[in-house]
Design a protein around this ligand. Sequence first.
Ligand code: HEM
Length: 507
Amino acid sequence: MTTNLDLTDIQGNIIKAYGAYNFQKARYLFLRINNGDKGRQFVDAITAKVTTAIPWGKSENGDVAVEKPRVTTNIAFTYSGLEALELPTASLREFPDDFMMGMSKRKDILGDDGPSDPENWDKIWKEKVHIWISINAPDMDALIERYNWVAQQVEASDGGVTLLTGHRGGDDEENLPYQDASVLYDESGNPTPKEHFGYTDGIGDPVFEGQTNVAARVLGRGKLMRDGSWAPLATGEFLLGHVDEAMEYPKTAPSPMLLSRNGTYMVYRKLHENVAAFNRFLDEQSKSFSGSKEMLAAKFAGRWRDNGAPIVNAPDDASKDEWDKAFEAADFAGKKRMLTDFTYNNDLHGAKCPYSAHLRRINPRGSLEYGVKEAYETPGALVNRRRILRRGLPYGAVKDAARDDGNHGIIFMALNADIQRQFEFVQQQWINYANDFKEGNDKEILLGNHDTKHPSKAVLQVEPGSGKPPHFINNIPRLVETRGGDYFFIPSITALKLIAAGMVDPT
Ligand code: HEM
């Protein structure tokens, strides 16, 4: 089924990962609404500058295309934000429980315990957050110009909205009124696709019906079909008001339709990376590992750090050299294909890509069928309902690689039509638990909420009958800690206008 999306009605951050368009810098603002009328006026002012999903530059298929903007702006609301904007009760009560409760109250589901407990989050999360505004730009000048403009709108609201402070920044700054994020740069100052553990990130993002240029991007990113081909996922997995993989309209959409259609939910999470602990752990574990340190790092993530080669197709040091040569020789499309177009079908025992590797846990790509031939219509039926769009960028800088207490990590944003079914399921069942992978309660190596009191292990499997013993990784430290976040609703442009005008009418 082809869906023609109304890209003028959809916020741009849903369709585009701005980082992939050379928008290297981002700033996230969080605000509180103090007065319904003035709050709606503020939303009206911001809506005028909201970046839509209209394609930038020339479009191949005749879609309306506009010039690439110098800066983007997007807006979203928490449940209490929508209450403060005085949406009708009939609409409010139709939002899903997870969104109504917000992230901190879902901490037991998310595994946010110990250092990740909301008690330890940046101070801003003690505030009532109502609005999220994101600004993305290629450089700081454009970003600051738009930030100053938003600050003027806050000023003009005459106390109607407050820009909240309390973000932790570098140099022990605790009270910033914004969260900055940026791509990481190499020693020559060139932007890189790296995150702080040194992995290449931002390679695979789901492709769904109605997006532009689907044919060129769908390999390894859509849903796996019986014949081994890839098809775009149903739009309703990522946008409300559209049919999803169950051939239903998402049940998470409140009425009226004009409020929810073309909108979606966003999970915002500030994830601190314990870079020193990661490096120590990798050094320590590699002493007893039969391959190189880089191969072990690749086993943790499912991709090699230097160029993102999927370990399932480059499972050891020798095959990685071969993969690199083929990659070097490939053209642009070939390179993309080598990075994304793979399955775990030739690795059902996890001997190449371990079950506890980040990539395999997060998107098992059809491998959950476990040899039950044609149990479902598509081999990825169990996965297609758990996909998420990833947005966001790294934040902070590692100033002292021997310490974990700096301010550095990833601003992680997951977009999905159903937070509970998609993001929360992945976080709870696949990251912090492994029954689906027949690995008991082994947690995912990089992201699991490992706890020194109950030390975690992970198994690096080998081919059955190979005569080799599996490699056990023990005492995994907590490598990633949550430092804040919440659940947001990203409305369509139509819904923003209705909200701003106080005209949401569910009758
Ligand atoms: C500090 C935290 C994190 C780090 C360092 C990290 C790192 C990475 C890296 C290096 C990749 C491979 C690049 C790519 O395929 O695009 C990746 C992929 C991915 N990550 Fe993460 N990630 C983090 C948090 C998360 C979280 C919290 C989730 C979801 C709950 C998540 C979901 C995904 C998904 C869906 C993919 C693509 C998998 C695929 O389609 O094969 N990540 N991540």
